[in-house]
Design a protein around this ligand. Structure first.
Ligand code: KG4
Ligand code: ZN
Length: 381
């Protein structure tokens, strides 16, 4: 079973083809991140316009790359260890990749309205034209399904050797979400807790803005932190009434107050002027201290949930899942091997959507009506 996954919830226009939920046949991502960099965050109108420009070529490329092998049947039966080849087995004129596709999965929420609309309307149109079943996917749930991908012949991917075994504890840490979820099985889960204000990735992005280092903030702050002392400053960890809930807005404000104090300025001093007054050493120490506390916050609760629920597998999804400090702390504090996926599958991509789509089809989950599927910008798990 081969599913085309389409993802346009934020600033990445992405499409991928996945076989049977475990084998990645293609993964194409076009990001409009560069266009947003000078604003220090995603501008919804720019993201939506850019999806319109990119969606057709991205899908075409994903379909072409998925079936770009001399012996298509071989690659489709076993995606492992087959060398991609640029010649089609059938003459290109006779080969229609759509004959190979069994269904389409698309992100319908959560995300930016204008961005989601482009992906959903494209998927609806393709489902009608090519007569394929359509599956609506929750983006946040999708992030965890990147960890189910264990095979690929695509170059430069490091995937876990084994697929997750239920029960699974899932931690989603992205620019829009911070959630802990306990899965008894596919589509049978409880949301244990989530952030009550900013997401952890959003906190990284906002701290980067205060420090005047490039967007997206996660990779910049973690790079800067390499030269800093993670214990130089004491920053607060939020105490939440919900056992598994998170909060990051207080931590972000504490970083702002710390930066103002380090510069000898009062609370009303504009945050945009601080970075010019901070030395590289101060920025490195603030980055390292912030990162330690932000990561400890999610790791503390993941360890707590692990102890209570005793899952067979722990998986992590979302852009922050590629953070090396997070991986180091989890590895040190959990008594099992964690299935870390390739960093390219942590940030937004179509592969995770296609993987979840495969399980929806396999397990007879509800098919979406291609004439009526609507977007759900505030969809929760
Ligand atoms: O999953 P994603 O691509 O988009 C959302 O669904 O939100 O996550 C993007 C977020 C951004 O906030 C980015 O700063 C953060 O993930 N991020 C990181 C790292 N790489 C990306 N945060 C910390 N460390 C990283 N290495
Ligand atoms: Zn995401």
């Amino acid at each position: 079973m081969k599913i085309l996954g389409i993802e346009t919830s934020c600033d990445e226009t992405a499409a991928a083809v996945v076989l049977d939920g475990h084998t990645l046949l293609s993964n194409v991502v076009a990001s409009s991140m560069d266009l947003h960099a000078k604003y220090g965050g995603v501008v919804p109108e720019i993201a939506a316009r850019s999806h319109i420009e990119s969606i057709t070529p991205v899908i075409e490329q994903a379909l072409t790359e998925a079936f770009q092998t001399e012996d298509t049947s071989l690659k489709i039966e076993d995606g492992k260890n087959k060398k991609p080849n640029s010649t089609f087995h059938l003459p290109p004129s006779k080969f229609d990749p759509w004959d190979q596709i069994d269904g389409i999965a698309v992100t319908c929420g959560a995300g930016l309205g204008g961005s989601l609309l482009v992906g959903v309307l494209t998927a609806r149109t393709l489902a009608i034209i090519h007569k394929k079943p359509l599956y609506a996917v929750n983006h946040v749930e999708g992030h965890l399904y990147a960890s189910f991908l264990t095979n690929t012949s695509l170059p430069d991917y490091t995937l876990p050797v084994n697929a997750p075994q239920f029960p699974v504890l899932g931690l989603i840490v992205s620019g829009g979400h911070s959630q802990l979820v306990y899965f008894r099985d596919h589509f049978d889960y409880d949301l244990l807790g989530q952030t009550k204000d900013d997401a952890i990735g959003e906190a990284f992005d906002k701290v980067a803005k205060i420090l005047g280092i490039p967007y997206p903030g996660g990779p910049s702050v973690s790079k800067m932190a390499l030269d800093g002392d993670p214990r130089k400053y004491t920053l607060p960890k939020a105490k939440m009434p919900g056992k598994y809930d998170f909060s990051f807005s207080g931590l972000k404000t504490a970083v702002l107050r710390l930066a103002q104090k380090e510069c000898g300025k009062l609370h009303d001093f504009p945050s945009t002027k601080l970075s010019a007054l901070l030395s590289d050493a101060q920025k490195a120490d603030i980055s390292a201290s912030f990162q330690r506390v932000a990561i400890e916050t999610v790791v503390d609760k993941t360890v707590l949930a692990f102890e209570q629920f005793q899952p067979k597998t722990v998986i992590i999804g979302g852009g922050v899942a590629s953070n090396t400090e997070l991986r180091a702390q989890l590895t040190a504090r959990l008594p099992l091997q964690i299935l870390y996926t390739d960093p390219k599958l942590c940030t937004d991509n179509g592969a995770m959507i296609a993987a979840l789509g495969c399980f929806k089809m396999k397990l007879d989950q509800q098919v979406a009506d291609p004439y009526n599927l609507v977007i759900s910008p505030n969809l929760s798990m």
